[in-house]
Design a protein around this ligand. Structure first.
Ligand code: FES
Ligand SMILES: [Fe+2]
Length: 427
């Protein structure tokens, strides 16, 4: 449980909030390049960290992310003309380039230099590794882009998706950190091609609850789950949580890896970003079609939801109760909901727009969540005292994997070479 103050602090990300300032120290995934498909393509409304913005790709291909309201008298630049290396407000024709500088002011006398004094808020962007990143913090404090393994693989080896979740960013990322829910929420086949459940749905006797621990790191938290096996072996799962809001489970046995992130749109809505990749293999056309169409099969341990075509909204949503089928729930899988992403969405959104953490009862499997909240709050408070988050300047800290390894019970997790090898990025 959190105090009301801490819950308020950790969930608020607008300008001037403590956690909002923390997010603003990092390059954040903002857009898929395909959302601005070509030079001078249609401007796009986006909202990030509670700020209404307009994104556009200019004539030279550079992406601008600029304040929604024109600095002149506030008309939305969404209606602007994207032309000749800038966006021109349709109200009185003022034009701004991707840096936010006013470059034309046709309703002012030609000799006036007023335009050189007017600047719109515009945030720096980088188009890199299949993502348009944005930095919304103080000018001059831009750090490094995070060198995740997937940023170093060929484009055909990775798949990237994003969609909107109607819930605060923290409860969505907490769903990924809390791996203990998998044995319940995701129990049973979710492809619904099966006719009956493979085993009684409420027989939990073969599940061995893991022992959780967590280690604070420079980049975030390592959540460690230990299961003691027969024959003096121990199975460890090390899950990485990266500041400000990424979570990475271990790769699957085929070497497919995944990463998720939540980026606040505002305090009651967020983007759920997902990446799946293989360090050495390209996805097949079939796999890509599967992921793009709402994959029900887990790849790298995750799935992508089915979206309403042409939107970032999921087809299964609160309005249709995530298409729950009570017959399936009786006979087939734990929830009666098809798709792992949809199952996650149902529970995460059902907690309310901003989960009230003052009334929780946290158990032993919630340790990773507790450690993550503590880490985020600490980084936010450090920043308030002038201590910059080292991870924002240490892109290499993100060049790391999560790991699932079985080692001798006597061996130490820190020193075992197979653990270090499993955590080393391969691309
Ligand atoms: S409001 Fe944009 S130019 Fe006047
Ligand atoms: Fe889940």
């Amino acid at each position: 449980m959190l105090s009301a103050t801490d819950n308020e602090t950790i969930t608020r990300t607008g300008p001037g909030t403590h956690v909002g300032e923390l997010f603003r120290r990092f390059w954040l995934p903002a857009l898929l390049p395909s959302e601005l498909p070509h030079t001078d393509s249609d401007p796009l409304r986006i909202r990030l960290l509670g700020e209404d913005l307009v994104a556009f790709r200019d004539t030279d291909g550079h992406v601008g992310v600029i304040q929604n309201n024109c600095p002149h008298r506030g008309a939305s630049l969404f209606f602007g003309r994207n032309e000749e290396a800038g966006i021109r407000c349709v109200y009185h024709g003022w034009k701004f380039d991707v840096s936010g500088q006013c470059v034309d002011m046709p309703n002012e006398p030609a000799e006036s230099d007023f335009r050189s004094k007017v600047r719109a808020t515009a945030y720096p962007t980088r188009e890199w590794a299949g993502v348009v990143w944005v930095y919304m913090g103080p000018p001059g404090l831009e750090g490094d882009l995070p060198r995740f393994e997937w940023t170093g693989v060929p484009p055909e080896n990775r798949y990237i998706g994003k969609y909107v979740v109607d819930a605060n960013w923290l409860q969505v990322i907490e769903g990924s950190i809390d791996t203990a829910h998998t044995a319940f929420l995701h129990r049973g086949p979710s492809t619904l091609e099966h006719k009956t459940a493979p085993r009684p749905m409420t027989d939990f006797s073969r599940d061995i609850p893991p022992h959780f621990s967590a280690t604070e790191t420079e980049y975030g938290v390592q959540v460690i789950a230990r299961r003691d096996l027969p024959d003096h072996k121990t199975y460890w799962r090390i899950t990485q949580v990266f500041l400000p809001s990424y979570s990475m489970i271990p790769a699957d046995p085929n070497g497919n890896a995944s990463l998720v992130a939540t980026v606040p749109i505002d305090d009651v809505t967020c983007y759920s970003w997902k990446w799946t990749w293989h360090p050495r293999q390209a996805w097949t056309d079939e796999q890509v079609a599967d992921m793009a169409g709402g994959s029900r099969r887990r790849i790298g341990g995750i799935t992508y939801p089915e979206l309403v075509p042409g939107t970032l909204r999921t087809a299964a949503n609160a309005a249709n109760d995530y298409r729950i089928n009570r017959d399936w729930q009786r006979t087939l899988n734990f929830t009666g909901i098809a798709g792992q992403s949809e199952q996650d969405l149902a529970v995460q959104e059902s907690m309310g727009p901003i989960c009230n953490r003052t009334v929780e009862h946290l158990g032993s499997t919630d340790l990773g969540i507790i450690a993550t909240r503590r880490r985020v709050l600490k980084a936010a408070r450090d920043l308030q005292t002038g201590v910059e988050p080292p991870a924002a300047r240490g892109g290499e800290l993100y060049h790391l994997r999560s790991a699932a390894v079985t080692i001798d019970s006597q061996a130490s997790l820190e020193d075992d070479p197979s653990v270090l090898a499993a955590m080393t990025a391969q691309a």
